[in-house]
Design a protein around this ligand. Structure first.
Ligand code: ADP
Length: 386
């Protein structure tokens, strides 16, 4: 429990600090350490009692053996040599038995651990490649979500998506808007096949994605998420994560397209500059441009973009829009959009609410016909831009 709490509070140390909960976390830890101390004390007490009992038993046995043996020696039925012999053998046998009990407890521990290990090895992932997967079909990234209903296994019966249907033409750019919790991210996760829908089907270029090897599917899709996951490796390696076989030139070309090349060149180690844990040394905008470079290198058929909500200044925003333009060109793009500029420049806007598509079309039409869209636009998008 102490280890778990350590991991949890240190892992989220920024959140702890941001919410100034250091004292409470320390108090929580102190409480657990007190409990641990009590448990150890109880353990020591029990062990002391056990030792007392076993030592007393051993001593009593020795005294009884010596007494009975002594009587026999006095009577002449046993020689003193035989008595010494017996005591020695009894001691050997006794200590060996004690050692055996240790071996037994080690054995049971090992069996327990092995069972757990095999349970883990036997665990079947919920998402598997079919035995004979279809090859990735040729095409330009046509997508269909056909009557999708989905509930997370951790919350069965609570449908996150309910009969969602959406058709996307190859190369189309779709802006997805909807209130928080509407199911937008879930849609991306289903498309990447992190989960399977409860009913309905998703297909890519006419093939049900469950018929594909998930690795092939994911190779055709790139996800630039809001939570930019960078690894503690060099900048170059982080970009190359998009395609491990990419050459140094290709990495640089992708970085140029993502408007991050000049920044990288200005660093002392250039592409070999190591990033700290999860890219802590970069600004939000730089992290996102790095992720875009990674997606460019992947050259996917379908691009999933989770637009960053707030942390970008105007300059960074413009740079990112610039970086994205070549990436989105001739590519099916789904954007979870938070900015009006993105929404209006999309080919089509899809409004999702409570797990279904409630309206789709262009900005002007939706403003007239969809009250939810009008509300979202008024509250979350900067209408002065339009
Ligand atoms: P959006 O991206 O539109 O804000 P999400 O797709 O993230 O919405 O979430 C839709 C609903 O699914 C929410 O009610 C959320 O609480 C729930 N949800 C998201 N991820 C999980 C998960 N891993 N397990 C259980 N429920 C989840």
């Amino acid at each position: 429990d102490i280890g778990g709490l350590f991991q949890e509070s240190l892992g989220a140390v920024q959140t702890v600090q941001a919410f100034t909960r250091e004292q409470e976390e320390v108090a929580r830890l102190n409480g657990l350490i007190e409990q641990g101390f009590d448990a150890t004390r109880k353990q020591l007490q029990t062990r002391a009692q056990l030792t007392f009992v076993s030592v007393s038993l051993v001593l009593t046995t020795v005294i009884v053996v010596m007494y009975v043996g002594g009587l026999h020696v006095l009577k002449g039925t046993t020689t003193s040599g035989q008595l010494i012999e017996f005591v020695l053998y009894a001691m050997f046998a006794g200590t060996s038995m004690a050692a055996l009990s240790d071996v037994y407890s080690d054995y049971t521990k090992t069996v327990g651990a092995t069972e757990r290990m095999f349970q883990l090895l036997d665990e079947k992932p919920g998402i598997m490649s079919p035995e004979h997967p279809d090859p990735l079909p040729n095409g330009g990234g046509e997508l269909t979500f056909d009557n999708i209903t989905f509930a997370y296994t951790s919350r069965p019966g609570i449908n996150v998506l309910t009969g969602l249907t959406l058709r996307i033409k190859p190369g189309e750019t779709i802006a997805i808007v909807g209130p928080s919790g509407a199911g937008k991210t879930t849609l991306f996760q289903l498309l990447l096949r992190f989960y399977d829908p409860v009913s309905g089907a998703i297909s890519l270029d006419g093939t049900d994605i469950r018929r594909l090897d998930p690795r092939d599917l994911r190779r055709a899709v790139a996800w630039v998420s809001q939570e930019q996951v960078l690894f503690s490796a060099t900048i170059g390696e982080n970009i190359r994560y998009g395609r491990l076989t990419a050459t140094t030139d290709e990495v640089a070309t992708a970085a140029k397209a993502a408007q991050i090349h000049d920044f990288i060149e200005s660093l002392p180690g250039k592409y070999d500059t190591p990033l700290g844990e999860r890219g802590m040394q970069l600004s939000g905008g730089q992290r996102q441009r790095l992720s875009i470079a990674r997606a460019i290198l992947r050259d996917p058929r379908v691009l999933l973009l989770d637009e960053a909500t707030s942390f970008l200044d105007a300059e960074n925003e413009a740079a990112i829009a610039h970086a994205l333009a070549p990436l989105m060109e001739n590519r099916t793009t789904l954007i979870i959009a938070h900015r009006l500029s993105t929404v209006v420049s999309a080919d089509r806007i899809v409004v999702i609410d409570e797990g279904r598509v409630i309206a789709e079309g262009g900005h002007e039409t939706l403003l007239k016909e969809c009250p939810l869209y009008t509300r979202l636009a008024a509250g979350r998008f900067n209408l002065a831009e339009s």
